[in-house]
Design a binder for this molecule. Structure first.
Ligand code: SF4
Length: 210
């Protein structure tokens, strides 16, 4: 019953946002670039990250180049972003770990990804789903909020929300659900004032907590 509702919500919101996709810019053939963009996007907008990454990737075009840099050399490229010192430090540590422990390749196993400095469970899920096409739904603030309002989970903890959504959606649609819920949360189901009259699932949404 809940799974059928979940699919209805997913189908409807997907039809409303047929172009929903990751909004971070990166070379799809280079998972390292995705990892960098995802790490930089913590506590900041994708738009702000997309402004800094072209120059950063031009100056440091590979994980090996990052590994040879110091955080102080990376900082000027990312200084417009929140927590830039910490992010620069983590990118250098991440690049060193990837070159030393994983032969310069981004691991596909989520548990290994989570051992990389700056990569938490959400970032690992974004990376394996977007870079390697593996089934995962990363739960950020938008995905969690939309899922709770739709009544698809009662949990606040992102890993529990992820487990709930993973049971409800077919695994080949988890990445789509991730993108679509983020688009929906950014454009319609806003945190403070959801635009329910414009929402494609307005009639059937239980609007939990709204
Ligand atoms: S009806 Fe309102 S609360 Fe429900 S998903 Fe749409 S915007 Fe969000």
């Amino acid at each position: 019953m809940l799974a059928a509702k979940a699919l209805y919500f997913l189908d409807s919101i997907s039809a409303y946002f047929p172009d929903a996709k990751i909004e971070l810019c990166f070379n799809p053939k280079d998972p390292w670039q995705l990892l960098v963009a995802v790490c930089l996007s913590a506590q900041t907008t994708d738009k702000a990250v997309n402004k800094v990454t072209p120059a950063l990737f031009e100056a440091y075009p590979s994980v090996q180049k990052f590994a040879l840099a110091t955080p102080e050399q990376i900082e000027p490229y990312v200084k417009t972003l929140g927590f830039f010192r910490n992010k620069a430090k983590n990118l250098v540590l991440a690049a060193r770990k990837i070159t030393q422990d994983f032969g310069g390749k981004i691991p596909k196993e989520r548990a290994l990804l989570e051992t990389i400095p700056g990569v938490g469970p959400k970032s690992a899920a974004v990376i394996i789903a977007n870079a390697f096409g593996m089934p995962a739904i990363a739960v950020d603030t938008h995905v969690g909020r939309v899922a709770r309002r739709l009544g698809l989970t009662k949990n606040q903890d992102p890993s529990k929300v992820e487990a709930d959504l993973t049971k409800l959606f077919p695994k080949e649609r988890l990445l789509e659900a991730h993108h679509v819920f983020i688009f929906h949360g950014r454009r319609i189901c806003h945190a403070r004032k959801p635009n329910c009259p414009e929402c494609p699932v307005n009639k059937k949404c239980p609007k939990i907590g709204v």
